[in-house]
Design a protein around this ligand. Structure first.
Ligand code: HEM
Length: 228
């Protein structure tokens, strides 16, 4: 039987009690937290460079010169780590017909009545939007970041191109901060989610409530208590 796109190699049910469901292996979790830390460092160093009133933040990075030197390199770390993660998850984040039901039933999502919606696979439509928004914004940030990385690429672009790149870079940064806030808020608001990225597993109840189609796919494929 071919695997559905949102059943990944690490995913499995453990009978318990309590029943738990593996969602992310250690490699994916380390990858995720490197990405998260690098984005937070980029936000702090980027804000320090963005406006004089935030210049004091350069103190965290050893002064203005060091902040200017480090910021683009941390950007490279974010780009590489996010895209390693991206290539493991993109298929599970493709949109399906059920996602339309999630969008139209957004009131039930907020009101805690997910049982009225179509059953969700490993990710719901909101998570998918965030995933693709992050992917696009990180491309925009790295591309425009390279255009304004004067230490190495000054001679390759005109002043006009650099001005335009700075604008797109700043707009993309503001947007990714918004996406980041929604991502973290959703992870905290949906109780029991954080442990997916800390311990790697969720409870059976969480999977049944929020991602029932995924849970059924795992059970239907006998992904239960695999040999350690
Ligand atoms: C302190 C900050 C963060 C926290 C607390 C956090 C928390 C989480 C949690 C709990 C999950 C698992 C959700 C689930 O499986 O249902 C997750 C997934 C994920 N996180 Fe984060 N995260 C943070 C920062 C970031 C950043 C900065 C990025 C990227 C720029 C990111 C990208 C992702 C992606 C791509 C997923 C997989 C979800 C999907 O593919 O749709 N996270 N995060």
């Amino acid at each position: 039987m071919s695997e559905p796109w949102d059943v990944e190699s690490d995913d499995a049910i453990h009978r318990g009690p309590p029943v738990t469901v593996d969602r992310y292996g250690p490699g994916k979790r380390v990858n995720h937290w490197i990405t998260a830390c690098s984005l937070i460092l980029l936000l702090l160093s980027g804000m320090a460079l963005f406006h004089p009133s935030l210049f004091f933040l350069t103190g965290l990075f050893g002064g203005g010169q060091n902040t200017r030197m480090l910021h683009p390199w941390i950007g490279v770390v974010l780009f590489v780590s996010f895209y390693i993660f991206f290539f493991q998850l993109w298929k599970a984040n493709l949109f399906t017909k059920a996602d339309m039901g999630w969008f139209t039933g957004i009131r039930d999502v907020i009101g805690g009545h997910e049982e009225r919606l179509p059953e969700m696979g490993k990710y719901n439509a909101g998570q998918k939007v965030i995933f693709w928004a992050m992917a696009l914004l990180i491309i925009a940030l790295i591309a425009t970041g390279i255009l304004i990385w004067d230490q190495y690429f000054y001679d390759y672009t005109s002043i006009e191109t650099k001005r335009f790149a700075v604008l797109i870079h700043a707009v993309s940064a503001v947007l990714i901060i918004c996406v980041f806030i929604v991502h973290v808020y959703a992870a905290i608001w949906t109780r029991g989610t954080i442990r997916a990225m800390t311990r790697g597993s969720v409870t059976g109840g969480w999977a049944w409530r929020h991602h029932r189609k995924w849970l059924r796919e795992l059970a239907g494929r006998g992904r239960i208590d695999p040999a350690e």
